[in-house]
Design a protein around this ligand. Sequence first.
Ligand code: BMA
Length: 806
Amino acid sequence: MYHPLYHPLSDGWTLRPAVPAVVPSAVLDAGAVPATVPGCVHTDLLAAGLIDDPYLDDNENRLGWIGDTAWTYATAFTWTPDGHERTDLVCEGLDTVATVTLNGVRLGRTANQHRSYRFPARHLLREGDNTLEIRFDPAPAYAEAWRAALGERPGAYAAPYPFVRKAACNFGWDWGPALVTAGLWRPAGLESWSGARLAEVRPVVRVEGGRGEVEVHVRVERTSEEPLAVTAEVAGASVEVPVPAGRRRAVARLSADDPALWWPRGYGAPHRHDLTVRLRDARGRAAGEWRRKIGFRTVELEPEEFRLSVNGVPVFVRGVNWIPDDCFPARVTRDRLAARFAQATGAGVNLLRVWGGGLYESEDFYDLADELGLMVWQDFPFACAAYPEEEPFRTEVEAEARENVTRLAPHPSLVLWCGNNENLEGHADWGWPERLEGRTWGAGFYHDLLPSIVAELDPTRPYWPGSPYSGSPELPPNDPASGTVHIWDVWNREDYTRYAAYTPRFVAEFGFQGPAAYATMRRAVSGELARDAPLVLHHQKADDGDGKLLRGLGDHLPRPATFDDWHWLTQLNQARAVTYGIERFRALAPHCSGTILWQLNDCWPVTSWSAVDGDGRRKPLWYALRRVYADRLLAVLDGEVAVVNDTDRPWRGELLLVRHGLGGEPLAKEGVPVDAPPRSAARVPLPPAVGVPGDPRRELLVARLGESRAVGFYAEDTAVDFPSAAYEARAEPVAGGYRVTVTARTVLRDLALFPDRLDPAASVDDMLVTLLPGESATFTVATGQELDPGALTGHPVLRCVNETAP
Ligand code: BMA
């Protein structure tokens, strides 16, 4: 096997301010501090003990100078000539406005976080000691200079992020702090080679008549003009093609007989096949090797319905939006991604949308998605603003798009390229044209440059110009009747019951806020935890977020009197709101072909729309999502029961409907035969005996079909005449934690356990269970600590809506 000679430059780095002016004296006095590559200034200063943790309290407010300072990363290394003709300095990611200097000679300047860079360096390397310096100039100043030169562009935020190719949310978002990073955010190293190397390998995979066809597009870089050969192998097929003298490109075509296909979760196994590509020189010696696991599958998109089909099978998307999992992306390891993806798949998710305010994610990200059968929708990194199309941006955008489309093309999980987030809507609906006064805003990127790059380099994958978008420039982009819609009147202005007024084709964003887990808030904020404590509010970035959370309780849930009640009720309301929407959208299948929750994850501890908070803890929404994103969903809606069957088997049986008094006594029973064919949604009208209550304040409905159970009330919780909760609860130690059994003596509405209040590392397997008198629920609490059984079964760890105030 061929291994390129690679010398990682991960050691011996230091960091120091390059322009001392705005830096606190403690940082100046420290001089050069040890630095981690890959990493960034914030994490290096934190490790050196020179700043407070940017994620705690309101420390963010005192760290703005970091982004406004120029920084120099430097390392010294020993180099011995290795007999190769070429040695390149390869920087996989520079954030962002960088000047690279080797042994005092400038190698290059860069200004794009979304690209990698290769600098021929052999001529500057010296036997023995060498020094490499990378200076990062402040991205905000760079962006402001371009804003001044090219003219203001309207957008949702004042920060100048459209004027620098760097993750937009790094400048602050409605869930993220403004911590403008700098540094080598991906690895760097020296790569030596002679004669030729594999510069690019881009497989185009098709499935035709049961055969797997792979066109492997190869680009070589070479120092000599001798003839070369490329060999490629996949799934038992192999081929060799010449790269004649003077040529730099070749296409190897492979045809595999009946390969096992890659299927998304819930539709089949995500089979993958090793694709190996080798480059040989004229004497048959190995000059390069490239290996990836590819998948055989087709993807089509019907634009009006916005229906994705994989291998010819229409897929209902149960998606979540993905934001960078940390403001400091070098901390997002493969293990962390694996844990986050397990949380997604554990909640029934089959698609991640990599949102345009973030990044093109790492190889690990897409590789894990491939392995898990998780589909990926990738936005190009443009969000919520008009973007200039003038130079240098046009060239940068083209270069980053070509590189990333090529890099991600091998991944079967990737099912869609999308031009941007909300920029088409912004232009159509947010009054941009008047403010633009004819200046460019990005239309040429989304409607021309990006689709032509995708068509050229990745012709089998669908491209969508932006989200929301209705499929034609004539239609309003956020028209729910066609293409994708983002539903934000709910949360911003409307009660969540407004979701019922929508008959959308595909909801690519919608969501509702809730606070982070108690243990997460406790870690992030010192002093008193109160809803309106200034430090708590610092971890709420949305416009009037605190007011919207309270108003959003509507008449659904009681007004909270204490912090603990506020925390519980707003978390619960988040779960309820999303449940309400997804139940209705899924019931609309196949008219509706998918929902993508805003948002799976957070990048720091914050009150946000996420299901999993910034410390990786699952919020009540996660448990609700697992229920509404299950393969089979039974839901009591208004006057009907939805029976959603997203499996390949029919879901048949007798739907048992019982109207109960709150004391548990059955008042009326009906049985309705149900036959929900594979991949369908049936809606069963409630027979009047169970659909119409005698007293809406004192009754509830239980629906059962096979293993599934759903509970509905005839009035909002604030109007229900709940008895004060009564129950017996016991906690017994079991291997790995405790088993908590709760037996209801009265109805218990949305029973939940929050063991993180006792042990920050503790978690529970289920919550939001409604019990009738006499029914029991068992919860498993995972913890390594000994917990007080009384605390585990009492307020504020054990909660339900109708509990008595302690
Ligand atoms: C949409 C997203 C994000 C934002 C979210 C919540 O606009 O695209 O920009 O965080 O709504 O406001």
